[in-house]
Design a protein around this ligand. Structure first.
Ligand SMILES: [Zn+2]
Length: 475
């Protein structure tokens, strides 16, 4: 029985954008037809979305909730839990988040997954999944366990090629172990999701800038630099090419050199996909000089205007497929407590405005089609991460995860209006629309700024990546 019925005149579907009616039953999209061709179903809630833009719910494939966060004094705290971040996400039209499970922190991978799930089950107002994260020197039996986890619905494995800062030893995985993991990914239908920086260059630059007394975080782009991204991306890609069947997703691509490496690899037929972050798309290292400039930072680093232009170019030429946040939600005092190149807090709090910001920047300022915009904030991530077509599509059989963007709700972003924390890196940005409604599996979880969801609404998503993503250069 159809329980929700949406009438729209601008609905983004895999077949194109048009005036469609959407029938929803039991949380799924039961049917889509040209406006007026369905009879209005009896007893259904009818939602008039005419004059608005109806898109698949946003997917943020890179967030860190309830996540270990080092403090400058050597102690560590935790970022805000999924309860907080997911509520903000649905307010902004995002209905799925993908976080991380640290796979080798003292237990088996299976135990790590169960422990992490306990932090999420009943605590997330949107649907969610977890990348596995492998860190440091990998136990010899870990690759086999990763293979089992891929089978169990965790097909993406995060790997760091750097410790990031001198004090964060234990994250980098050496190339021998990466080689082993790539073989497991290739054999089991997994995808490597990579934090790719050249550790030698990064650590060399830390040493150099510390010797020169230039330790302020405004120098971050000299440490986490474009050469490092160039060399590291190419080294990882080369290794993947030598392990037939390895597919890659390059997280938080920040530089023109990274975009070029992805583009060239795709031209050679490598199955590789690029992610950038909204702050890399819209801020540069000049923004570090602003008051509380740390709020614009996440690792690797902001770069130049030319790098920024290359990231935008990448969204057009098929090198950048997804715009994520690298959400690490904390308050302003925590975000700004470090002010050196080696202790500044990474991540940011901006899961909520991502969809509206990208609509504004892509459709409003750059003339992208609604389809390309929806691909970059939702559909591509669903395809790459193994959620499509359940997620990321307004299509029959898909989960009824829908964001209704209302141009009449255009606004200036103010932290007081958001649901994350006491600051926003997007304070003062004008956006051309805002979601008037968000549906999660057919349930209206936000309507006109009011939250109707529950922390128990979210479901864990079993993922399996399609062959065409793993073996070709789809998208
Ligand atoms: Zn991250």
């Amino acid at each position: 029985m159809v329980d929700v019925f949406i009438r729209g005149d601008t609905v983004v579907t895999p077949q194109g954008v048009g005036a469609y009616d959407i029938a929803i039953a039991d949380g799924k999209i039961a049917g889509i037809a040209a406006s007026g061709s369905f009879p209005t179903p009896p007893n259904a809630r009818v939602i008039d979305a005419t004059g608005k833009i109806v898109i698949p719910g946003g997917i943020d494939p890179h967030v860190h909730c309830k996540w270990f966060m080092p403090n400058p004094d050597g102690t560590a705290g935790l970022t805000e839990p999924p309860d907080v971040v997911s509520k903000a996400a649905v307010h902004g039209g995002t209905t799925t988040m993908i976080d991380f499970t640290r796979a080798n922190q003292g237990a088996t991978v299976r135990e790590a997954i169960e422990k992490r799930e306990a932090d999420w089950k009943g605590h997330c107002a949107c649907d969610y999944a977890q990348h596995l994260m492998v860190e440091g020197a990998l136990p010899v039996d870990l690759p086999g366990q990763v293979g089992e986890a891929i089978e169990a619905g965790f097909p993406t494995v995060k790997i760091f090629t750097t410790d990031i800062t001198p004090s964060r030893k234990g994250r980098m995985v050496d190339f021998g172990d990466i080689w082993e993991v790539f073989q497991v990914l290739a054999a089991n239908g997994g995808l490597g999701v990579i934090h790719s920086e050249d550790n030698d260059i990064v650590m060399h630059m830390y040493g150099k800038l510390i010797r020169e007394g230039r330790t302020g975080f405004e120098n971050m782009a000299e440490v986490h630099n474009t050469l490092s991204e160039d060399i590291s991306f190419r080294r990882v890609i080369r290794l993947a090419e030598k392990v037939k069947g390895t597919a890659l997703y390059m997280m938080h691509t920040s530089a023109a050199s990274g975009v070029s490496a992805i583009r060239e690899a795709r031209a050679r037929g490598v199955s590789i996909y690029g992610e950038s972050l909204h702050q890399y798309m819209l801020y540069t290292s000049e923004d570090y000089k602003r008051t509380n400039g740390q709020i614009y930072h996440t690792y690797p680093s902001l770069k130049t205007k030319e790098d920024q232009a290359a990231l935008w170019e990448g969204t057009l030429d098929g090198s950048i497929h997804s715009v994520a946040t690298d959400e690490l939600c904390c308050n302003l005092a925590t975000k700004t407590q470090g002010n050196r190149i080696d202790d500044t807090t990474g991540g940011n709090a901006a899961c909520e405005p991502r969809v509206a910001l990208m609509y504004t920047e892509m459709v409003g300022r750059r003339g992208y089609s609604l389809t390309r915009f929806a691909d970059l904030v939702s559909s591509n991530a669903a395809k790459i991460m193994g959620l499509y077509p359940r997620k990321g599509a307004i299509a029959p059989g898909s989960d009824a995860d829908i964001a209704v963007l209302d141009p009449a709700l255009r606004r200036v972003i103010r932290k007081e209006d958001l649901h994350e924390t006491d600051y926003s890196p997007w304070e003062g940005h004008q956006v051309d629309a805002w979601p008037s409604m968000t549906l999660l599996r057919g349930k209206v979880v936000v309507e006109n700024g009011r939250f109707h969801g529950k922390p128990a609404d979210g479901q864990w998503l079993h993922r399996r990546i399609a062959d065409e993503i793993l073996t070709g250069t789809a998208l």
